[in-house]
Design a protein around this ligand. Structure first.
Ligand code: BGC
Length: 371
């Protein structure tokens, strides 16, 4: 997982620049004041999660400020809708596609069409597009590190390295069709599995993958809060019948954490008293509020503004025919190629640093979280 600063070889960039020559000449004369000629289709998975709304709006604004033509679409977490939206963007002349895939495995045909008809440059956004040569760059946060931060938080809070335990753990994983989910799980499980194996962590439900590769067996399809809630309800009613209490829940993100928290509260767990540690990711407002109210212990914050800035920089480099800066050329093998990636650093947010990290930086407003 080491991240080495690398810049993509000039040859590949030259090809890309040639592909974009048509784009530049087509719009010549249509731009004023040196505005950049740039036609971008952005395809986001869903408006149902706050983060994707922020991601889409932020990137759209950055690109419009650069003079780009931008078409931003959301696909309601429906794969077919995402494919047809991308087809429309290709037909509408998009020369650059920025895609956060719903299902990382199914976009190969539509991207091949984008290459054939528009010679488009494809940037995989936050989630990797698998099984195709037709993805040029990947911009994301270090997804393994996200899980590792969750695992290390649990290890530290419970004193596992000092031999404390046993504690009851319930682990969850993300959506099986999202390539990120296995990285999140691996990062956390590499820290926690040794403690499961030596008995410091017990998993009363039995839902403890024996290895990182088995993560999908505890994955929650579509990252749905209600499915996570139902799963937690099942575990509580089936496996916590006597005096047993849950001490810690590994939740890979905030949408799952919200469902898990609802389940725990309706089963009688009281924040500040017998309430378990719960992890998360994204710093969604409802979860930040939950952190302030002792209903969630932490979230891994990915400053999605940085991700937008990175993608804007990639696009500007592509348009100018310059080298695209990447910092990882090893980790993200999509089955057809190792996709040159730019990985950003995630950060831990707890009750103690909500103000400093999230509010002082302008990521959320104090009033949104009742402060
Ligand atoms: C993203 C997370 C998000 C999840 C659900 C993942 O691919 O990296 O930030 O919580 O999808 O939308």
């Amino acid at each position: 997982m080491s991240i080495t600063k690398k810049v993509l070889a000039l040859g590949a960039v030259g090809l890309m620049a040639a592909g974009l020559a048509a784009c530049s000449s087509e719009a010549e004369g249509s731009t004023e004041g040196g505005a950049v000629d740039c036609n971008v289709g952005i395809s986001m998975p869903t408006r149902s999660l706050e983060r994707w709304i922020n991601d889409g709006e932020h990137l759209e604004k950055l690109l419009k400020d650069e003079g780009c033509t931008v078409d931003l679409q959301y696909a309601d977490n429906k794969t077919n809708k995402q494919i047809s939206q991308i087809q429309n963007q290709i037909a509408g002349g998009a020369k650059i596609l920025v895609v956060a895939p719903i299902d990382g495995e199914v976009l190969s045909p539509v991207l091949s069409e984008a290459k054939k008809t528009q010679d488009a440059v494809v940037i995989s956004y936050d989630r990797l597009i698998n099984g195709t040569e037709d993805v040029d760059y990947y911009a994301t946060f270090d997804n393994y590190r996200v899980g590792q931060l969750q695992g290390e938080f649990i290890e530290e809070q419970l004193g596992l390295a000092d031999g404390e335990g046993p504690f009851n753990l319930e682990p969850f994983a993300g959506s099986p069709d999202d390539n990120n989910a296995k990285f999140f799980f691996s990062g956390a499980w590499d820290v926690l599995l040794p403690y499961v194996e030596n008995g410091q962590l017990e998993v009363p439900s039995g839902k403890a993958p024996k290895s990182n590769d088995d993560w999908a067996s505890i994955g929650i399809q579509g990252w749905a809060s209600d499915k996570a809630q139902a799963e937690m309800d099942n575990r509580l009613t089936s496996f916590y019948t006597g005096d047993e209490k849950v001490d810690v829940v590994l939740s890979p993100n905030d949408s799952l954490a919200i469902g898990i928290e609802a389940s725990l509260k309706s089963a009688g767990y009281t924040p500040g008293e017998d309430y378990p540690l719960i992890t998360g990711q994204d710093a969604d407002k409802a979860n930040v509020k939950a952190i302030l109210d002792d209903e969630q212990s932490m979230t891994v914050w990915k400053d999605t503004r940085q991700l937008g800035d990175t993608v804007r920089d990639m696009i500007m480099a592509i348009i100018a025919g310059d080298e695209v800066e990447v910092n990882d050329t090893e980790t993200y093998d999509n089955g057809k190629k190792v996709v040159p990636s730019y990985l950003l650093e995630p950060q831990v947010v707890t009750k103690e640093n909500v103000q400093e990290k999230l509010i002082d930086s302008g990521f959320i407003d104090a009033s949104d979280v009742g402060l």
